[in-house]
Design a protein around this ligand. Structure first.
Ligand code: SER
Length: 634
């Protein structure tokens, strides 16, 4: 049995003995001037400037335990290993050692008697298979071969043709698996080698791709990825003169960025097949058991709901502790969704009264020694959770009233409820489909579950497609909660970008955007302060577009068509096949419209609704980036 604290300490001790300086965890909230990510998603993120050549005050070898938050996998939360908040153990070479030391130290730390003593038999690894940007990582294969050889294991490389996945120990995989970074759209990145522990059999056989013969990467949980060594020697950047193409250029220095997930490693070392039974979750789960008077293991659904609550409230505690409060945009919206999803699952478990504070107490109990800030911000954390929980319960009440109306409508004129209406309840009031169906059933309404589920899924898909944002892991919107003002400012943001390009030139691209009900904030690429005349000209252009009452329309097109149409936006595969292109102004009479952007919406229907546009501030927001704050006066 090894505790979380012992594991953190071992990691730090091992690497400090190899000349690494221990640095503290950075905040979950990245530096304000960095618009590439919403939260710190990996240990490398706060270190990005040093990977590109800036000198770190603590030297070229660093080691740390970093608080991380990822929202991309939110639907996976509740499985055995995906968490929203997690800790990452990482060691770093900033232009110092490279593949050889990195892999050999990992091997020693994992397998040596003095350290974690994992049987080499259980270890399997993956490497980058090569593509147009970089060749196959044969160097890493060679180093791994030497490591395994020391333990008397000869290394067999996986070969698709041979299909030798049962006996192979090293698997070359494509970029989507074995290339890490950048954390945002651009930045340092490189091929990686990932280390897996083979548990010997699937944790969830239903998800196994190939019976007992699957390989690292399979969703069944048999292979737990515990460590990722990234060889960061590239920078992904926009091609000069085009915001829409990317290129990979070699960095000035070769870096190593490794990340080991503390929770997973702890589970593996203690012989557990999931993180929720480790000391970093067990006390939270116990608290949920008490509150719900249900047992964690009593059914699959109970287990899942308890895991979601534990994960989400833990994440919420750390987010609030780092200074974020629930809201309808950006980080605040992520936080809001986490809390609300937890409360919903509390309801599923039958917890009717407020409970998030008690869960937060359990979380703080686990972490107060390691992260004193959670104890220090205790009252604030409790207060924000309580407020949000109350708000959400009220919204739930309003949703129930709507269901009551459906019931009356059905009884009075026989018009049945549709999948779209069930989706609207989910979207606007946070009602999961199960809850809506349960409520209808309770009221004696007859419906076809299949049909409603189908209709719901269709709407959900549409919505997901449309709400995918340019930046990884961002939740779009928060506009569903009635943000009319936000919607107007969103349309004004499109007008602003178009006007800036007309006044300042084609080098202007969006670098960040944040909208509250009061104002818009827009970051864009431009090297110098705007003159008063330029600001005035931009304002005038926007206000003229408003006066002209230009129509705002959208169409859904394939990504490459959007490109051909000259739409602004980020053209990356993650958008999915089809995207929504918003056009402001008419291009029917020839010429180009006032603005055309790839965007999930929503927007007003006509610019005439916007009122008067006014820039209230123009300032720097990092090197080569300017920031405008503007308002609409009605
Ligand atoms: N940046 C890599 C990861 O997050 C390794 O630390 O997996």
């Amino acid at each position: 049995m090894i505790t979380a604290d012992e594991l953190r300490k071992k990691f730090l001790d091992f690497f400090s003995a190899e000349g690494h300086t221990i640095i503290p965890s950075a905040s979950l909230v990245p530096n304000e001037t960095d618009p590439t990510v919403l939260f710190t998603t990996a240990g490398m993120h706060p270190l990005a400037p040093y990977l590109t050549g800036e000198k770190h005050p603590k030297g070229k070898r660093l080691v740390n335990v970093q608080k991380c938050l990822r929202t991309g996998d939110i639907e996976d939360v509740g499985d055995s290993s995906h968490n929203t908040f997690f800790e990452m153990l990482g060691n770093w070479s900033l232009g110092d050692y490279f593949k050889n030391d990195s892999i050999k130290w990992s091997w020693e730390f994992l397998t040596d008697k003095k350290w974690l003593e994992i049987s080499p038999e259980k270890i399997k690894v993956t490497v980058f298979e090569g593509d147009n940007n970089a060749s196959r990582d044969d160097e890493s294969i060679k180093i791994w071969r030497e490591c395994f050889k020391k333990s008397g294991i000869s290394l067999e490389v996986y070969d698709k043709e041979k299909g030798n996945n049962k006996t192979a120990r090293i698997f070359p995989l494509p970029k989507k698996d074995n290339w890490w970074g950048p954390a945002g759209e651009t930045g340092p990145c490189g091929p990686d080698t990932e280390i897996f522990i083979d548990l010997g059999k699937p944790v969830n056989s239903e998800k196994c791709s190939n019976g007992d013969e699957c390989q690292p990467g399979c969703k069944c949980g048999r292979y737990v990825e515990i460590w990722n060594n990234v060889f960061m020697e590239f920078n992904k950047q926009r091609t000069v003169n085009s915001e829409q193409e990317y290129e990979y250029v070699k960095l000035k220095q070769k870096n190593v960025d490794t990340g080991m997930g503390l929770e997973r490693m702890l589970a593996v070392l203690n012989g557990l097949d999931n993180v929720y039974e480790t000391e970093l979750f067990a006390p939270i789960v116990e608290e949920i058991e008490k509150l719900s008077e249900k047992k964690y293991g009593e059914s699959k659904d109970t287990k899942k709901s308890m895991r979601i609550i534990a994960d989400h409230i833990k994440a919420a505690v750390f987010i609030i502790s780092d200074g974020v409060v629930p809201s309808n945009v950006g980080r605040g919206y992520v936080l809001r969704r986490l809390i609300r999803r937890a409360v919903r699952h509390g309801k599923i478990l039958g917890i009717e009264k407020n409970f998030t504070k008690q869960i937060a107490e359990a979380v703080i109990g686990i972490y107060k020694e390691t992260y004193p800030e959670v104890e220090g911000n205790k009252e604030k954390i409790f207060g924000e959770l309580e407020k949000e929980e109350n708000k959400f319960r009220k919204t739930l009440g309003r949703g129930l009233k709507i269901i009551k109306n459906y019931e009356l409508r059905i009884k009075n004129n026989g018009e049945n409820v549709s999948g779209k209406e069930i989706f609207d309840l989910y979207q606007s009031y946070g009602f999961p489909i199960e809850m809506s169906l349960e409520e209808l059933e309770k009221r004696g309404v007859k419906f076809s579950e299949d049909e409603l589920r189908k209709g719901f899924d269709t709407e959900l898909k549409k919505h997901q497609e449309l709400s995918r944002t340019a930046s990884a892991g961002k939740f779009k919107g928060g506009l569903a909660d009635g943000g009319e003002k936000v919607k107007k400012l969103h349309t004004a943001t499109h007008l602003l970008l178009a006007a800036l390009r007309k006044v300042l030139g084609d080098h202007i691209f969006q670098k960040g955007s944040n909208i509250t009900a009061e104002r818009l904030r827009f970051d864009f690429s431009h090297p110098e302060k705007l003159t008063n005349e330029q600001k005035q000209e931009v304002e005038e252009l926007v206000n003229e577009a408003i006066k002209k009452e230009l129509p705002v329309s959208f169409e859904e097109v394939k990504l490459n068509e959007a490109k051909k149409m000259g739409a602004m936006g980020v053209f990356e595969a993650k958008y999915g096949d089809k995207v929504k292109v918003y056009t402001i102004g008419d291009s029917a009479q020839g010429g180009s419209p006032f603005s055309r952007e790839i965007c999930g919406g929503p927007h007003v229907k006509n610019t005439g609704e916007l009122g008067k546009f006014k820039i209230v501030k123009e300032q720097s927001s990092g090197a080569g980036v300017r920031r405008i704050k503007a308002v609409l006066i009605q």
